[in-house]
Design a protein around this ligand. Structure first.
Ligand SMILES: *Cc1c(COP(=O)(O)O)cnc(C)c1O
Length: 493
């Protein structure tokens, strides 16, 4: 079967060949017709539907061309940390532009890049000892994933273990859309046409996703043990001496919808990787930079990674920027070896993009926004539970800080998913948007095809009132779609 729904835009994907009813298709066609189809020169995610034009943004809101104000309940894709239109960031960007906008990093650098690295890696008094020594900045999360994959490969090359060639990651994970990062991702919908060009040296194990995969007969400890046994078996199958890295999101992102790992999972993963000298690469592109209530999501797990990828919230929406953070352990090997990082981009450490990210991160630190996320995250969780838990099709509410996923199910007892053809998550998201709320849709939550979720990831600066408004509008959107779903299920069931 082809892909289900275009997961990241408010658009119905025409490649779907599931069991859409005639009425569904009629509705879909109507939706397409209602929209104007200007002959855009831009290659949008959909050739069928024109995205809404946004004319301005301020704080937790952005404004559409038709005058509507939308409350940004998901910070785009968990990107916006300090809201839209921040004057300090704007000033910092202009200040850098006034100095210099570009230098070629083969022999030149600017202090905006140096300071950004310092700002991210600096450990405040009493802070978490992360063991990370150096940062490298590129243009996106996907580029960061590729950079990390190459860095880890070079690490073993210089360490005298050039036979290592495998990457192990998890199903239901997303690490990016370049060929390299896509190869270690299993966001099925985004891989469909590319099966023959993905890297062959990748392997996948189960996600750590208790709600759907922990057995009713199993304790949390037993579930963790089973996951680790599976990982160990995968390592054995490939030969542990042949594996470069294990790649995982500390809190699952766009695919599973904000799933934290069961207690003890990452500690056990760390131990197992150490046993075989396999590098632990944590993808914090979505869940990092304070999103989960600690600056790094791995702090919750009490472990230190060998390499970390960051993106999204790093630039907070003010600059297209991603990066890798590398541990002293890894840097030492290169330091003692060639001393040369064999991976570059023309725009790496770009002065203006680093100045923008630096301004964002300085505000996050100065205004203690991570502590705010941690504290207000408790309220957000409470509100979501109070408002949504008893809804007929709400199966699970999980997450941390300002990073929450609501998973929809057909049946709370069996946790069976809704028919993907109904696109329920997407419908809730669309309805919410009509009501003036942006939330992030997820489909294929459970196994790449089945499962719906919506993701809530507000700016760290959101007001108490607007936080409550997110949950209220989400419930309203859910309610209006629940009635239609009842009907559809009767038709298809
Ligand atoms: C978004 C994302 C990426 C890819 O980042 P891009 O900036 O879109 O290239 C990688 N990993 C995770 C966990 C993400 O959420």
């Amino acid at each position: 079967m082809a892909t289900v729904f275009n997961n990241t835009s408010l658009v119905r994907d025409d490649s779907f060949e599931g069991s859409l009813s005639t009425k569904d298709i009629q509705i879909a066609v109507q939706e397409v017709k209602v929209q104007d189809m200007p002959n855009s020169a831009l290659m949008h995610r959909s050739l069928r539907e024109q995205p809404y034009n946004v004319v301005s943004g301020h704080g937790s809101y952005f404004k559409l061309q038709d005058g509507r104000e939308i409350l940004d309940g998901c910070g785009g894709a968990a990107v916006t940390l300090i809201g839209h239109g921040n004057a300090e960031v704007k000033a910092a960007i202009i200040e850098q532009l006034d100095k210099i906008s570009y230098v070629f990093t083969s022999s030149l650098i600017t202090s905006s890049a140096e300071e950004l690295a310092k700002c991210i890696l600096e450990i405040p008094p009493g802070g978490f000892q992360h063991g990370l020594e150096k940062a490298y900045f590129c243009g996106s999360g996907s580029e960061a994933t590729d950079a990390a994959m190459k860095f880890c490969t070079q690490y073993f090359f210089e360490k005298g273990e050039p036979q290592r060639k495998y990457f192990v990651s998890r199903r239901q994970a997303y690490h990016g859309s370049t060929v390299g990062s896509m190869s270690v991702s299993s966001y099925l919908a985004r891989k469909v046409p590319y099966e023959d060009i993905v890297l062959p040296n990748t392997s996948f194990v189960s996600p750590a996703y208790a709600y759907q995969y922990q057995l009713p007969t199993e304790t949390e400890d037993e579930y963790v043990r089973r996951l680790i046994e599976e990982l160990d078996a995968k390592f054995q199958e490939l030969g542990p001496q042949n594996i470069i890295s294990f790649i995982a999101e500390p809190v699952g992102g766009a695919t599973t919808g904000c799933v934290p790992a069961p207690k003890g999972y990452f500690l056990a993963v760390r131990k197992l990787c150490d046993k075989y000298g396999i590098l632990l690469h944590l993808d914090e592109i979505m869940c990092g930079m304070g999103r989960t209530g600690t600056y790094f999501a791995f702090e919750h797990e009490g472990i230190t990674p060998d390499i970390v990828t960051i993106g999204k919230g790093l630039g907070g929406g003010y600059a297209p920027i991603g990066g890798i953070l590398v541990s002293k352990k890894c840097i030492d090997i290169i330091r003692q070896g060639t001393g040369a990082i064999n991976h570059t981009h023309t725009y790496q450490n770009h002065p203006v993009m680093c100045a923008a990210a630096l301004a964002v991160q300085k505000i996050v630190k100065r205004d203690e926004l991570v502590i705010r996320v941690k504290e207000m995250g408790i309220l957000l969780h409470q509100l979501l539970v109070e408002t949504l838990q008893n809804c007929k099709y709400v199966g699970d509410i999980r997450g941390r800080g300002f990073f929450w996923g609501v998973e929809f199910v057909a049946d709370k007892q069996s946790k069976a998913s809704l028919p993907p053809s109904l696109g329920f998550g997407m419908r809730v998201v669309k309805r919410a948007f009509e009501l003036g709320l942006a939330v992030y849709p997820g489909a294929g939550t459970v196994d790449g095809v089945r499962g719906d979720n919506v993701l809530i990831a507000p700016p760290y600066t959101i007001s108490d009132t607007d936080l409550r408004k997110i949950v209220r509008l989400l419930r309203e959107a859910y309610d209006s779609e629940e009635t239609k779903l009842d009907l559809s299920l009767r038709v298809t069931g």
